[in-house]
Design a protein around this ligand. Structure first.
Ligand code: GLY
Length: 361
């Protein structure tokens, strides 16, 4: 088992290892005396892993309540958040009980936000069941929901008490869902680890059924360790944590413009390519970086273009919560493994996106 210790407003461990999901009861026992645990999962994940987690918790003496909701980004809203809170209240959960987020980013964000506000804060544990959630959203304490105005517009920082990451569960992901996680891992490579980028760029890890799981586990640890270092320095996202937003500002715009029909990982892939193109055009990045990123995306079954107009993408991205006054802080790659943040006036965004989306590379 690999362990990454995150030090933020609280300290916790991210445990990575095959088979850990079946041992979650024992792992939680190291954290708390047997108490009540609310497993929050979407309908799909609940049917795959709900009983396994439930049995492991019961075996160690925890008492379990389960809340399930319809899968998909559309559930990350105020209504489902309210239902979770009412469920916890009906079940008379107290501050010495615990919430367990079992699922991908939607579940982790929703359950984490419920844990942040129920009784003004109760402990929660994350068991990510997607690669994307494992390398990003399950670590670092960002929780929240989407509003009509955009993604993640309401939320709270609330660090988990533990994260249990079992790569075995990624075998049940569709290739497409798995590749969404590879998109986020490529982001880490562009951000600060050329070796990681090179390992992923050829597409050897695009299929969860055939890829080298040992090597994947190592790379998951690398990504989480990179996030740990950033979160330790800037838990509340006022400085260097914004680097984690590489590819996300335009990506969130694309996601929103597609009414969340384009998944987060795929939208980030397109956002990553577009911002690399913009960086190259503005001579912030070395020549050829956009092509290098495009090839890596293609090799991993990921998109790099979308059907929306530059104006629609720019407008949808303008509501990004990173907006400060009239400027949005964009993360621009300079070369693979190095990026910088530059504030771009919103008035200049459309032209930048238009340039990035123009045909020739
Ligand atoms: N997903 C970006 C962050 O955690 O800051």
């Amino acid at each position: 088992m690999r362990t990454v210790t995150v030090t933020a407003s609280s300290q916790y461990q991210v445990l990575i290892g095959k088979g850990l999901i079946r041992q979650c009861g024992r792992l939680l026992e190291e954290l708390a005396d047997p108490c009540r645990v609310a497993i929050i999962a979407d309908d799909r994940v609940d049917s795959l892993y709900g009983n396994i987690v439930h049995a492991s918790l019961m075996y160690e003496g925890f008492s379990v309540a389960r809340f399930t909701f319809p899968h998909g980004e559309a559930s990350k809203n105020l209504t489902i958040l309210g239902e979770i809170l009412e469920f916890l209240a009906e079940q008379q959960f107290s501050r010495s009980d615990m919430i367990l987020a079992l699922g991908g980013g939607v579940t982790g964000d929703l359950a984490g936000f419920a844990a942040a506000v129920y009784l003004r804060g109760v402990p929660f544990v994350q068991i990510p069941t997607t690669l994307l959630a494992a390398v990003d959203s399950s670590v670092g304490g960002k929780t929240g929901i989407d509003l009509k105005g955009g993604k993640n517009l309401a939320g709270a920082f609330h660090q988990p008490a533990m994260v249990i990451c079992d790569p075995d569960v990624f075998q049940s992901l569709s290739e497409e869902e798995f590749q969404n996680g590879i998109s986020e891992m490529l982001k880490y490579g562009v951000l600060g680890d050329p070796e990681l980028f090179d390992k992923l760029a050829g597409g050897d890890f695009r299929d969860p059924k055939t890829c080298d799981m040992q090597a994947l586990e190592e790379m998951i640890e690398t990504c989480i360790a990179m996030k740990r270092d950033i979160v330790a320095k800037d838990e509340f996202d006022t400085g260097i944590r914004q680097f984690l937003n590489l590819g996300h500002t335009l990506g969130h715009g694309i996601e929103k413009e597609s009414r969340y029909q384009i998944s987060h990982g795929r939208a980030v892939a397109i956002g990553l390519y577009l911002i690399a193109r913009a960086a190259e055009r503005a001579e912030i990045a070395e020549k050829g970086i956009a092509r290098q990123i495009r090839r890596a995306l293609e090799n991993n079954g990921l998109p790099w273009e979308c059907a929306f107009t530059p104006s629609a993408v720019a407008k949808a991205a303008m509501n990004d919560k990173k907006r400060r006054g009239g400027k949005i802080h964009f993360v621009f790659p300079q070369k693979i493994g190095s990026c910088r943040i530059i504030p771009i006036p919103v008035d200049a965004m459309e032209e930048m996106v238009e340039d990035a989306m123009s045909r020739e590379e």
